[in-house]
Design a protein around this ligand. Structure first.
Ligand code: NAD
Length: 298
């Protein structure tokens, strides 16, 4: 695999800003791309805030902060934004048709040597690779949320991903200070095959009245030593993302045990997407760190 210097990150939402942050902090030239100029602006503000927090904790210096920010450029044009890329990391919305369209565009515009990675939580890497002319260079690079804090990167080999590309991505993951774990390309890979059915089951427990929001999360926090309960975690991930992954598992395995809970479907339809929309199982509009259950569940 060629030397990687220029990294284009596509999608500047929850995950994209964190991915841009960690690459830029390690000295890579980052081009952060989104269709929404507002998302790009918000992403730069979030990166700035997260770097400030690291400066305050004396994990980095003011100079590290400025050089990290100087390593990030933004663009609303994918075609232009990937022209110089050695590595593209796609972190756009979890939607199969959208990702296939984006990968076709990247493949047509990125240099021939560029490796194309997806941060997808669940969509088949083999399927994504199939719309490109370089399936050997397409791979899953699944960061965890929040990216600057979480150590794991799931590295997913598609059916045609080459050994050299897999080894290269494992090395870059280590260079970012992360711990890569290799997984094969089956629905949900490892992380979400196990996590999402647990979250969906917690939503079913709420839906059936087994316990209330706080009760379910407290059982999992105090009983299973989870740092965050499953309903709070669902809000943190984004309920639309949780639903999309549930559907990939359901369709991919053809097994009704993965069917999304109707309450989850209703909440997404109503625009209650968790933290990013201001309300999910909890409410996030009060501006404090305190956990406040959303009115619908009181
Ligand atoms: P998000 O909704 O916060 O952000 C998605 C961004 O993609 C938005 O800013 C949107 O404007 C942008 N986008 C949409 N279409 C685009 C296009 N054609 N070109 C460029 N940008 C486009 O989503 P997210 O939570 O950051 O998730 C992104 C990816 O990361 C998904 O594949 C998701 O499954 C995966 N992921 C999410 C989490 C999580 O906890 N949220 C964790 C791991 C992986």
């Amino acid at each position: 695999m060629n030397q990687i210097k220029n990294v284009s990150v596509i999608g500047a939402g929850t995950m994209g800003n964190g991915i841009a942050h960690v690459f830029a902090m390690k000295g890579y030239n980052v081009k952060l791309i989104d269709i929404s100029a507002e998302a790009l602006e918000k992403a730069l503000a979030t990166i700035g805030k997260n770097l400030d927090r690291m400066v305050a904790k004396e994990k980095i210096t003011e100079t590290d902060k400025s050089s990290t920010l100087a390593n990030i450029n933004t663009s609303t044009n994918i075609e232009e934004g990937v022209k110089e890329a050695d590595l593209v990391v796609e972190a756009a919305t979890e939607n199969t048709a959208l990702k296939l369209k984006i990968f076709k565009t990247i493949d047509e515009n990125a240099p021939e040597h560029a490796v194309l990675a997806s941060n997808t939580s669940s969509i088949s890497i083999t399927k994504i690779a199939s719309v490109t002319n370089r399936p050997d260079k397409v791979i899953g690079m699944h960061f965890m949320n929040p990216v600057p804090v979480m150590k794991l990167i799931e590295v997913i080999r598609g059916y045609a991903t080459s050994d050299a590309v897999t080894e290269g991505i494992v090395e870059i993951s280590k260079d970012l200070g992360k711990v890569p774990v290799e997984a094969n390309d089956y629905p949900g890979f490892v992380a979400n095959r196990i996590l999402i059915p647990m979250i969906n089951e917690a939503i079913y427990a709420l839906h059936e009245g087994v316990a209330d929001v706080m009760g379910i999360d407290t059982v999992m926090k105090l009983g299973m030593a989870h740092p965050m309960g499953p309903l709070q975690l669902a809000d943190f991930i984004g309920l639309d993302v949780v639903l999309a992954i549930c559907n990939v598992l359901y369709e991919g395995f053809g097994n009704p045990k993965y069917a999304p809970c109707p309450l989850l479907v209703n909440m997404v339809t109503a625009g209650k997407l968790g933290r990013k929309s201001g309300e999910g199982f909890y409410s996030y509009t009060h501006g404090t760190k305190e956990l406040i259950v959303a009115d619908n569940f009181k």
